[in-house]
Design a protein around this ligand. Structure first.
Ligand code: SAM
Length: 224
């Protein structure tokens, strides 16, 4: 997979995405992530990419010309052009899974008041929101989207089971996990987890997963 991120704050992406699991995935060639400064495609002599909104109102709007020029320079017939926006489809694990099957993602990051809507009409294939709240900048959302997609690519997580057994994979949130010490300030690790009895451990995990889902995310439970 190749991911091109277009932003006016490249450092907001290169730092976070260059570290840890996503950094290693790039080093081992499982994914190529290129972060581009959108100002490169500005024809303005001050490299500005924004202007005042038509119709009045607060804030500045990102102009469409640099965004069209950038996307047209890198788009292929296999590309999907994803706009990070609070107005998009709210991201969940099913949507993330869908994007793991795409070979080229171009991710557009908004700033200011937003992006000239002709970008949505003429370029964007998918509008994606990371949740029902408003951030200052799309680069933060792009990091979250990229991380969630890349970690599901084959070979990125060391243990393939870890992606298959975690929260949302089977509709519920995952059971709690513990490590040493077995007793911390009187709080003990559940005895079943140190019993070595695999069937009982599996049954406990299933029951805890249901209990935690009912407590924290009842909306995920199947309707009775
Ligand atoms: N005026 C816009 C609105 O009300 O829908 C919000 C603009 S926001 C201040 C600036 C940029 O941050 C957006 O263009 C988008 O790229 C990004 N952004 C903010 N919240 C987001 C979210 N929940 N999901 C994805 N991107 C978001």
């Amino acid at each position: 997979m190749r991911i091109d991120i277009l932003t006016i704050f490249p450092e907001m992406c290169t730092g976070p995405l260059g570290l840890s699991i996503i950094g290693r995935a790039q080093e081992t060639g499982l994914v190529t992530i290129a972060v581009h400064d959108l100002r490169q495609w500005s024809s303005d002599r001050h490299r500005r990419v924004d202007d005042e909104p038509y119709g009045g109102g607060q804030g500045m709007v990102m102009r469409c010309e640099p965004i069209f020029a950038a996307v047209e320079a890198m788009r292929t017939e296999n590309s999907r052009v994803v706009l990070m926006t609070p107005q998009g489809r709210r991201m969940d694990q099913t949507l993330v899974q869908f994007f793991t099957g795409i070979t080229h993602l171009i991710i557009l990051c908004g700033h200011y008041e937003g992006i000239d809507h002709r970008v949505v009409e003429g370029l964007v294939t998918d509008e994606v929101s990371i949740g029902d709240y408003v951030l200052t900048n799309g680069a933060i959302a792009a990091n979250i989207f990229t991380d969630a997609v890349v970690r599901l690519l084959p070979g990125v997580l060391g243990d393939e089971r870890s992606a298959a057994e975690e929260s949302f994979c089977e509709g519920l949130i995952e059971a709690p996990c513990y490590t040493r010490p077995p007793d911390f300030r009187g709080m003990k690790v559940p005895a079943v987890l140190v019993s070595g009895h695999h069937e009982k451990i599996a049954a406990w995990k299933q029951a805890e997963s249901l209990r935690r889902t009912a407590a924290n995310r009842p909306d995920l439970l199947p309707e009775q």
